[in-house]
Design a protein around this ligand. Structure first.
Ligand code: ADP
Ligand code: MG
Length: 163
């Protein structure tokens, strides 16, 4: 198991967040799990749209309906979009088959991932959002220290705030 590399980004607009997400999306491979954490309105779903776009899925197909926990998108790379906000925690998630979903063939995006912390794979990609006033979002991304993420680091450099 390799260490993770941590990067910090400053997003000043929804477009910035989409650009960072597209850059990460381009580095993802089937089997990757992206764990998204941050308050309501922080930009998790918007980020999922950007990742989806990079994987060939139209942004208007990535939604945040109140009672939908899992949406599977059949694109060039299958994308499973999960939002565990409505679940009580890891136990309930386990009962509805979260382990199988997280070990599926496609890319898996999980909003409110901290609620199911103990089910997340150790090598998941972590994306943490902090609302820092108005349209500003600090976005911290920790990804395994693997060569395929080098390109992501290069493509997102103009948004990086340090590191
Ligand atoms: P979440 O899924 O975290 O609850 P959403 O992605 O659904 O959040 O919503 C984020 C909201 O914040 C959108 O209305 C978006 O337009 C707005 N917003 C403003 N600035 C930003 C930014 N820099 N990044 C992401 N979203 C932003
Ligand atoms: Mg959301």
């Amino acid at each position: 198991m390799r260490d993770k590399k941590h990067l910090s980004f400053l997003s000043k607009s929804p477009d910035d967040t989409l650009a960072i997400a597209r850059a990460l999306g381009a580095a993802l491979r089937p089997g990757d799990v992206v764990a998204l954490t941050g308050d309501l309105g922080a930009g998790k779903t918007l980020f999922c749209k950007g990742v989806g776009e990079a994987l060939g899925i139209a942004p208007d197909r990535i939604l945040s309906p109140t009672f939908t926990i899992v949406t599977e998108h059949l694109g060039p790379v299958p994308l499973t979009h999960i939002d565990v906000y409505r679940l009580s925690g890891a136990r309930e998630a386990d009962e509805i088959g979260m382990r199988e979903l997280l070990s599926g063939d496609g890319v898996c995006l999980v909003e409110w991932a901290e609620k199911i912390e103990e089910l997340l794979p150790i090598d998941c990609i972590r994306v943490t959002f902090t609302i820092s006033g108005g349209d500003r979002r600090e976005i911290a991304i920790a990804a395994p220290d693997h060569p395929r993420f080098d390109d992501f680091r290069a493509r997102s450099i103009r948004f990086q705030s340090r590191g």
